[in-house]
Design a protein around this ligand. Structure first.
Ligand SMILES: *Cc1c(COP(=O)(O)O)cnc(C)c1O
Length: 360
């Protein structure tokens, strides 16, 4: 068996320890004589799995009691519709456009009401986070929407927007559990888990209780109502049971690493290795304004498309996988999520150094 250094933006690298444990339990989950995949989601064993997963997540993120945790399906993209369907009481919401995922959510929001662009960094290909300290926000918006970490462009909100008292909704797909968060600053925090937590097929929604109401926009399908899933403890229908099980293992792994404070420290140290190199390199350069750099997704270029392609090809041959930038922006991107060991980044930088020397 040989494992590569996987820099994929998602689905992405998972802790080896978690994968091994899942492999060990594949045929017989703790004396049940079956795999978690084969198990009723109403069984005693599964009840423990989903309840422990929620409890561990609550502990990791310090989630207050007046927030609910929902394990749902449909990916992050389904939330682009579910959020307005459930939250747009005044049919009006403000969106901050910092990249493609925010834009997609904004476009989806327009289907259901008045989605207003209140800030954008489109003028410089989303290479920075706009100043959101004093935005012009209409009084009657139902929420303000951000994509907190922009997976494709490699930017991250280091300070949250001044919402002027409005509900903040954040897509944290690509920075979920990478550092501590103050849950109370948000109305809704949600993310697809396939970036930093688990296998594709699960989306976690952390939502303040008062935002969960019976009234949704007319025509909202039952499956897209937060209230149904909250009332049924994420077991209204069959949940993505195996995926939630793996997420639960990752939560336990994170606790063992020392929780989110430790992850933040580790992630900062890890990202610094790569950013420091990009800042000194004569060949490679980062594409993001320094103060807005993501700890999770690091885009970079050589400035020459042919050289970029050569680099990606040679890196792959050397065991560094998935370094190609998103198809919409080109160049390279190294996603260095929680489960990427620092040695992976050190070895990548070593490889970049020798590539630079050979191609100077
Ligand atoms: C990947 C990603 C999405 C889309 O996730 P799906 O689960 O594929 O719908 C949305 N937002 C962000 C920030 C992402 O990184």
């Amino acid at each position: 068996m040989s494992r590569v250094y996987n820099f994929s933006a998602g689905p992405a690298v998972l802790p080896e320890e978690v994968l091994k444990e899942a492999a060990d339990e594949m045929l017989d989950y703790r004396g049940t004589g079956m795999s978690v995949m084969e198990m009723s989601h109403r069984s005693k064993a599964y009840d423990t799995i989903i309840k422990e997963a929620e409890a561990d997540l609550r502990e990791l993120m310090n989630i207050p009691d007046n927030y609910r945790v929902l394990f749902l399906q449909g990916g992050a993209s389904q939330q682009f519709a579910m959020i307005p369907m459930n939250l747009m009481k005044n049919k009006k919401a403000a969106y901050i456009l910092t990249g493609q995922w925010a834009k997609k959510a904004y476009q989806e929001g327009k289907i259901y009401g008045e989605a207003i662009e209140v800030a954008s960094s489109a003028d410089k290909t989303f290479s920075y986070i706009p100043d959101c300290s004093d935005l012009d926000i209409p009084e009657d918006v139902d929420y303000i929407y951000i994509c907190e970490n922009n997976t494709i462009y490699g930017t991250k909100f280091k300070t949250l927007p001044n919402t002027k008292g409005h509900t903040l909704v954040a897509d944290v797909s690509s920075c979920f559990l990478s550092e501590p968060v103050d849950v109370e600053k948000y109305g809704v925090i949600y993310g697809g888990v396939q970036k930093n937590i688990g296998p594709a097929g699960v989306v976690i929604v952390i939502i303040r209780e008062d935002l969960i109401t019976e009234e949704c926009l007319p025509g909202t399908p039952t499956m897209l109502k937060y209230k149904i899933h909250a009332d049924e403890g994420s077991l209204y229908n069959t949940p993505p049971a195996y995926g939630i099980y793996i997420c639960g293992k990752v939560f336990k792994w994170l606790k063992k690493q020392g929780g989110l404070e430790s992850m933040k420290e580790y992630n900062e140290k890890k990202a610094k290795v790569l950013y420091d190199f990009l800042d000194e390199s004569k060949l490679f350069s980062g594409t993001v304004r320094k103060e807005d750099r993501s700890l999770m997704n690091v885009p970079f270029i050589t400035g020459n498309e042919e050289l970029d392609a050569k680099f990606i090809k040679e890196a792959k041959a050397a065991g560094f996988e998935n370094l190609k930038g998103h198809r919409s922006v080109g160049g390279m991107r190294a996603s260095i999520y929680n489960a990427m060991p620092i040695e992976g980044v050190e070895k990548l930088v070593e490889f970049m150094r020798s590539f630079e020397a050979e191609n100077a």
